[in-house]
Design a protein around this ligand. Structure first.
Ligand code: CA
Ligand code: CA
Ligand code: CA
Length: 186
C-alpha cells in the first residue's frame, strides 16, 4: 500500500507520502514549509525531523533520504558535492539553506544593499525561506584569514514572501562586506 498527498514545493504547500512497511509498521515522509522534513521510516516508529535529526542517509552522501526522495524519487540522483541545477550551490549547500536543488532560481543570495542617506546604516535584502533563520555578518577586509562578525542582529526570522530585509551598521570607515548565513532552527 502506498498513499500520496500533494507533492508541491511551492511556498506554503505541504506533502505526505505514507508507505506500508514490514509487519504493518508505518513508513514514509512528510514535508511542510514551516517544519521542514519529517521521516516516519524508523522501524521503532518514532518521528524524526530534519530540525532535530536529519533521519537516515542510506547512501552516505550527507543528504537525508527523505530530502533526496522528495526531489528525485531516488537515493542516488543527487550528491553532496553535486550542483544538480547549476546555480553555483551544491546539493548539500541547498539542503542546508532549505532551497530547491533542482531549481536554479532557488538559492540563498543577497539581492540588494541600500545605503541610508545621512546614517551609518544600510538595508540589506536576501532571498529567504520560511524554514530557516538567518544571520547577517560583517567584515571590513577579505584577506585571509577573514574575520566575519555578527552584525549585532543575531538569528533573524525570515520575512514573509521569499525575501528578508534588515538594517545593519556600515561599520568600516572605507569599505564594508556583508554575508548572510542560513541557520536551521533547531
Ligand atoms: Ca543520502
Ligand atoms: Ca544547486
Ligand atoms: Ca537551487
Amino acid at each position: 500500500m502506498e498513499l500520496h498527498f500533494t507533492r508541491s514545493n511551492s511556498p506554503g504547500s505541504v506533502g505526505v507520502v505514507l508507505l506500508q512497511a514490514l509487519r504493518g509498521n508505518l513508513s514514509g515522509y512528510a514535508w511542510g514549509e514551516n517544519v521542514g522534513w519529517m521521516s516516519l521510516s524508523n522501524i521503532h516508529a518514532f518521528v524524526q525531523t530534519t530540525s532535530l535529526d536529519p533521519g537516515p542517509d542510506t547512501d552516505g552522501d550527507m543528504l537525508p533520504d527523505a530530502w533526496e526522495l522528495w526531489f528525485t524519487n531516488s537515493l542516488t540522483g543527487m550528491g553532496a558535492g553535486t550542483d544538480s541545477d547549476g546555480d553555483g550551490f551544491t546539493d548539500a549547500e541547498e539542503y542546508g539553506a532549505g532551497t530547491d536543488p533542482l531549481d536554479p532560481n532557488s538559492l540563498l543570495e543577497i539581492t540588494d544593499i541600500v545605503l541610508s542617506p545621512g546614517t551609518l546604516e544600510a538595508d540589506i535584502s536576501w532571498s529567504s525561506v520560511a524554514k530557516r533563520l538567518y544571520r547577517v555578518e560583517l567584515n571590513t577586509d577579505l584577506t585571509q584569514p577573514t574575520n566575519w562578525v555578527d552584525s549585532g542582529l543575531g538569528n533573524q526570522n525570515p520575512d514573509a514572501g521569499g525575501e528578508t530585509t534588515r538594517t545593519v551598521p556600515l561599520g568600516g570607515p572605507t569599505q564594508q562586506f556583508y554575508r548572510v548565513r542560513s541557520v536551521q532552527p533547531l
